[in-house]
Ligand binder design. Structure first.
Ligand SMILES: *Cc1c(COP(=O)(O)O)cnc(C)c1O
Length: 401
């Protein structure tokens, strides 16, 4: 496979093949084009690059280690399993990588405020963290139902100085929070920047967030070569919007012998309505200003989705993933709630690492695959986050109390 499949990607209009773009009214398109121009102008300047690199090292704690999970590999009885430890980042997940990028970009663009929506609060907390560090105001819109459910994250955001805007319209959850935050943004796009939480939304966000996350794969590729003298045979990552997965995959896209697998949540089963397996069950459509595979009804409205891991329940998916699926560079699989919980416990019991429920989907598929492979094969998982946020839920679900 030649470079030309991936570079330049996306094209000037923000398309990855037929996916992505800016499915927006002209005035919004103009705002997004302004962000794109500013990003392209700023991203390669020494000021911006050095400031971001310095914060990633000294604030986030990068590089995160690659760890050979020998006990888990032994238990599976096949391939060797390795973990890229994004769970060890400050704030406990990969999201800080792009939130710092977005907050710094806002500062370099002369903005005074960053705006976002949050569902379970993970994006809100990472962004509030980045904003307090960078010294810029942060406004997070969150549905009242989610505020009720996610109390610790609500408090974290407040302690970090973010303005939390409760959203009382509609179902009072993520989708309504997106609408509310976007409306607030449109009232003052000159002084504020909207910070999207994954590789989704209109161009340039899928490109920008990918660029900020690609440090994960760049580090992992060099670390793996240093440790093992060869590249991994497989990369595995969970896919909600797809930012941690594309962050790991990007540096390896031209390595033909490295197979890549994205793992979506099949929840209570692909034959039930309770899943968020966009690639397996969706069809091309439009959501939040871009085109992608989408779980949609006959009118093109997004369907309600479900996952045990709130970071994975999005009915769309990043446009670059859709393209990578169509050209068969990346394979998309799924893991059920049950498989996810089993993997959550296995990694905790055998390695002393409590994974986020999101990341446990990737671990679940890796364990299944490892058992079918020879012992000299190597699988690298992106362990996107730690599971502290999930322990109460798991305790209840598994009757551990
Ligand atoms: C938000 C989140 C995800 C899902 O987002 P992607 O954009 O698909 O990476 C995965 N893992 C963790 C720990 C998260 O917080």
């Amino acid at each position: 496979m030649s470079n030309s499949n991936f570079l330049p990607m996306p094209d000037d209009n923000g398309f990855f093949g037929e996916y992505g773009g800016q499915q927006l009214p002209p005035e919004l398109k103009a705002i997004m084009d302004g962000i794109n121009d500013a990003y392209l102008e700023i991203k390669d300047t020494d000021d911006f690059k050095n400031e971001l690199a310095d914060l990633l090292t000294h604030f986030v704690g990068r590089p995160s280690p690659v760890y050979h999970a020998k006990n888990l590999s032994e238990k599976c009885g096949g391939a060797q399993i390795y973990l890229k430890r994004e769970d060890l980042n400050h704030t406990g997940a990969h999201k800080i990588n792009h939130c710092l990028g977005e907050a710094l970009l806002a500062k370099h663009m002369g903005k005074t405020k960053v705006l976002a929506e949050t569902g379970a609060g993970q994006h809100g907390v990472a962004l509030a963290t980045a904003c307090s560090l960078v010294g810029i105001k942060c406004e997070v819109h969150m549905g009242e139902v989610d505020i009720e459910k996610e109390h610790p994250n609500v408090i974290r955001m407040k302690i970090l100085g973010a303005d939390l805007i409760p959203v009382s319209r509609g179902t009072r959850t993520l989708k309504d929070a997106v609408d509310s935050a976007f409306e607030a943004y449109l009232q003052d796009p000159v002084n504020s920047l909207y910070a999207i939480g994954s590789v989704v939304g209109p161009h340039p966000f899928p490109m920008m967030v990918r660029d900020f996350q690609s440090i994960v794969g760049t580090e992992a590729r060099a670390q793996f070569l240093e440790m093992e003298d060869v590249l991994p045979d497989y990369l595995i990552a969970c896919v909600g919007g797809g930012s941690n997965a594309i962050g790991l995959f990007t540096a390896f896209l031209d390595d033909d012998n490295v197979q890549m697998i994205g793992v979506e949540p099949s929840g209570k089963g692909l034959d039930t309505p309770d899943h968020a397996a966009t690639m397996s069950k969706g069809s091309p459509g439009v959501i939040h200003g871009f085109s992608c595979y989408l779980l949609q009804d006959s009118e093109g409205e997004p369907l309600p989705v479900y996952s045990i891991a709130s970071g994975l329940d999005y009915p769309g998916v990043g446009p670059q993933h859709c393209y990578l699926k169509d050209i068969e560079r990346v394979q998309y699989e799924s893991a059920t709630d049950k498989e996810c919980l089993d993997a959550f416990m296995d990694l905790s019991l055998h390695e002393g690492i409590i994974p986020a429920l999101e990341s446990a989907h990737a671990v679940a598929h890796a364990m299944k695959l490892a058992a079918t492979l020879d012992k000299d094969k190597r699988i690298l998982i992106n362990l996107s986050g730690r599971g502290d946020k999930d322990i109460d839920f798991v305790a209840k679900r598994l009757n551990l109390e």
